[in-house]
Design a protein around this ligand. Structure first.
Ligand SMILES: NC(=O)c1ccc[n+]([C@@H]2O[C@H](COP(=O)([O-])OP(=O)(O)OC[C@H]3O[C@@H](n4cnc5c(N)ncnc54)[C@H](OP(=O)(O)O)[C@@H]3O)[C@@H](O)[C@H]2O)c1
Length: 340
């Protein structure tokens, strides 16, 4: 077994960001290697996930997760390996996913938030289990099928379609026999969405009238809108939904960098006009379907029907840069950082 260093590096919150985060909002700190007590588990981080939701934890406001304190390591999901354990259920060598902190080593207990074992198949890159074969894929599946009730033959529209969740939604919806329209910012992203199998990809930054572009792509309306962005895009889409359409609200990234000034949606009346169901969700609130979701993702991946789209960097010191790129709309696919 490799020797444990005396120092475990962390990325901490140096100050609360205003708008899009910048490097000075973060600090790389040397912390003493943590020790474990009764019932505790020492985990070495292997793959760290950059998630837009973390931007909300950096503001001092209530969300579905407590704010990160100034000087404390940033909270986030990671995939790690047990290196010391005082819990027989989590022996050394176990791979796991959990809510943790941006730290090379961290201590958890068996009741840690989101804690689950990871059974990595031989030959499959570990980072996929933090992406399309992990939380990203599960989020896409839950939003599309459990919340959006998407069925073969229906028209599915997804925003941020070249992103982590969106690129997986495109592929799952196509595999389920839906007609898929993706919205993405820029020609490169739009081409990637087409290459993933979308019937139509709209570069929303290049069109002067988004409603007209979606109407043309979906002349009979949209059955399921998988919403990753909220804001003006949601406003444009609500009047274009079909009768009894479903809006699966996965996230509203368009407002995360400026949460004091959320977009005032003007078209909520369309919920009544079109008898729509609009429902927000958090993936891990649906444990009863995660087994089926994971089995679908694994099967699709094995037969080549699901291609994880990722941008991957190495080294804990790259986390702020990766997160800033994510929150600037510069990334394609799931944003991950491998920790040596
Ligand atoms: N409910 C859940 O359980 C759950 C779980 C995971 C993620 N989510 C949510 O799902 C959404 C997508 O997350 P993800 O991890 O898959 O991220 P992502 O899509 O990989 O990355 C973000 C993308 O969002 C788009 N975007 C639109 N407006 C933006 C803005 N103002 N600033 C930055 N980016 C903007 C950009 O794509 P374009 O250039 O194409 O616009 C950007 O590349 C987020 O809202 C997130 O909070 C929810």
């Amino acid at each position: 077994m490799e020797r444990k260093p005396e120092i475990a590096r962390q990325i901490t919150l140096a100050r609360r960001p205003t708008g899009i985060p910048v490097p000075d909002d973060f600090a790389l700190k040397d912390a003493p290697m943590p020790t474990i007590g009764a019932g505790e588990i020492l985990v070495k981080m292997r793959v760290c996930s950059c998630d837009p939701a973390i931007r909300g934890f950096l503001d001092d406001r209530p969300s579905y997760f407590p704010p990160v304190q100034l000087g404390a390591p940033i909270s986030g999901m990671s995939l790690g390996e047990v290196v010391e354990s005082n819990d027989a259920a989590w022996p050394v060598g176990t791979l796991l996913r959990t809510m943790a902190t941006w730290s090379e080593y961290y201590v958890i207990r068996g009741d840690a938030l989101g804690l689950e074992k990871v059974e990595a198949a031989p030959g499959v890159p570990l980072q996929h289990y933090m992406g399309a074969l992990g939380p990203v894929g599960l989020t896409a599946w839950v939003g599309l099928f459990e919340i959006g009730k998407a069925k073969a033959g229906e028209t599915v529209l997804v925003s941020a379609a070249a992103g982590a969740t969106g690129s997986t939604v495109v592929q799952l919806a196509k595999a389920a026999g839906c007609r898929v329209i993706g919205l993405a910012g820029g020609p490169e992203k739009a081409q990637i969405v087409r290459d993933l199998g979308a019937d139509i990809a709209i570069d929303y930054k290049a069109v002067s009238d988004l409603s007209a572009a979606i109407s043309e792509a979906a002349p009979d309306g949209v059955d399921v809108y998988f919403d990753n962005v909220g804001g003006e895009t949601l406003d444009a889409i609500l009047p274009l939904m079909r009768l009894h359409g479903r809006v699966a609200v996965c996230g509203m990234i368009a407002q995360y960098n400026d949460a004091d000034n959320p977009h005032g949606n003007r078209n909520l009346w369309q919920l009544v006009v079109n008898r729509l169901t609009m429902r927000g969700f958090i993936t891990y609130d649906h444990p009863e379907v995660l087994g089926e979701a994971q089995a679908t993702l694994d099967r699709l991946f094995a037969n080549g029907g699901l291609k994880p789209l990722e941008n991957v960097r190495s080294g804990i010191e790259k986390l702020p840069e990766a997160f800033i790129d994510l929150m600037s709309g510069r990334t394609i696919g799931k944003t991950l950082v491998l920790i040596a």
